[in-house]
Design a protein around this ligand. Structure first.
Ligand SMILES: C[S@@+](CC[C@H](N)C(=O)[O-])C[C@H]1O[C@@H](n2cnc3c(N)ncnc32)[C@H](O)[C@@H]1O
Length: 375
């Protein structure tokens, strides 16, 4: 039996929701658009795409045409986590997928983990990975932190209500997924409102997402509405044939993204110059934003991260393994950026740790909470 939570039936909280907006794009029209079936259909499409991706064996993973890109992205996420996670932290992993970052969080010695994803198949894989059942070859030791898993749309659900007894969190992470919230203004706002409501003052929001500047420049440099290389392509619809985007409607700029052995679904442009002030409306202030190329160049100056790169093997291991990122994979890395935001305010040292009580050290299928925001 799945446990359910109907977020639409709960009463609205006066402390939650969009504060005074400096953005007046089309808030009303947008909330109507949220009711539009197409928004839900696209969210479902994304969920089905990720749900259908089965777990790879180690051999299949190593044979992937983008194996070095995957390793590079793991390095970037590891660096972000090592920079900001502290021992005992409560972590909210939005769009956690199959739990690919669980080991990274374990290394940071966090105290509690909540993972949420819209894709049922991914949450189930995350559960088995957390329980240590996924890896038959290397029986790894159990994770040291209690965890809780939730299946639902984190750009639609009121997570402040769902996670009222788990909050506040010290860190929120949204890796390679925040752009799925930019299909409408309402969803983009809900994503930021959720993060803001659940982070403690001074808490950190880390993430990676496509770099809109790079994508739009590549689109303009392309002959048609499609560009790419041997491992990826991006295609925009005819409605964007002028390759111009009105600053009055920065949401819903959709393209189709295909990345070999990884992604094949609709995505949305997130113009960072709009994202930054929108995040500020929710008390989330920018600490830094860096394109992945800049990120790699900067953190490869630090010996501890050079060593981490060697261990993860994105650029070979410096010894026998001479294999490295291809030029085409490096071009894909350029399509992404990393960001760090901080929630305004001073940390409240009197906060207790009751949130961990909701976590388990072994998660059964019945423990997964399914949020249904449609009923
Ligand atoms: C590229 S994967 C990244 C997974 C994980 N964060 C990682 O870095 O390994 C994108 C994830 O976003 C999830 N996702 C997309 N839209 C979502 C939504 N509305 N709510 C929750 N998860 C969503 C997908 O199901 C998928 O697991």
């Amino acid at each position: 039996m799945k446990r359910g939570y109907d977020s639409s039936s709960s009463s609205p909280s006066s402390t939650f929701g969009p504060p005074q907006s400096r953005f007046k794009y089309n808030p009303e029209g947008d909330s109507q658009f949220l009711e539009d079936e197409s928004t839900k259909i696209f969210a479902r499409k994304v969920a089905e795409h990720y749900s259908a991706r089965t777990n790879q064996t180690l051999e299949e993973r190593e044979a992937s045409p983008i194996i070095h890109l995957k390793k590079l992205n793991n390095w970037i996420k590891s660096v972000l986590i090592q920079l900001y996670a502290r021992r005992g932290d409560a972590v909210l992993d939005l769009a956690c997928g199959k739990g690919g970052d669980l080991i990274k969080w374990d290394k940071a010695k966090i105290g509690y983990y909540v993972g949420i994803d819209i894709a049922e198949g991914s949450i189930e894989d995350c559960r088995t990975r957390y329980n240590g059942d996924a890896d038959h070859h290397q029986r790894r030791k159990k994770f040291t932190f209690p965890a809780r898993l939730i299946c639902g749309d984190c750009y639609e659900a009121r997570l402040d209500e769902v996670l009222a007894s788990d909050a506040p969190f010290d860190i929120c992470s949204c890796q390679f997924a925040l752009h799925y919230s930019w299909s409408t203004e309402a969803r983009a706002r809900r994503a930021l409102a959720n993060v803001s409501a659940l982070l403690r003052p001074g808490g950190i929001f880390i993430g990676t997402m496509p770099d809109a500047n790079v994508i739009v420049k590549k689109l303009r440099d392309a002959e048609g509405l499609e560009f790419g290389n041997s491992v990826y392509w991006i295609r925009f619809d005819e409605e964007f044939s002028e390759k111009r985007f009105r600053s009055s409607s920065p949401f819903g700029i959709k393209y189709k993204f295909h990345l070999e052995d990884a992604v094949d679904c609709p995505e949305w442009i997130v113009p960072f110059h709009v994202f930054k002030p929108l995040a500020e409306e929710y008390d989330l202030e920018l600490v830094f934003v860096k394109n992945s190329h800049e990120f790699v160049h900067e953190y490869l100056k630090k010996p501890e991260y050079v060593e981490l790169m060697r261990r993860l093997g994105a650029l070979g291991d410096g010894n026998q393994d001479q294999s490295t990122l291809s030029q085409d994979e490096w071009e894909v890395a350029y399509l992404y950026l990393s960001f760090v935001l901080r929630k305004r305010g001073q940390p409240d040292r009197t906060q207790g740790n009751r949130r961990r009580d909701n976590g388990k050290m072994n998660i059964s299928t019945e423990d997964i909470l399914y949020i249904n925001s449609e009923n």
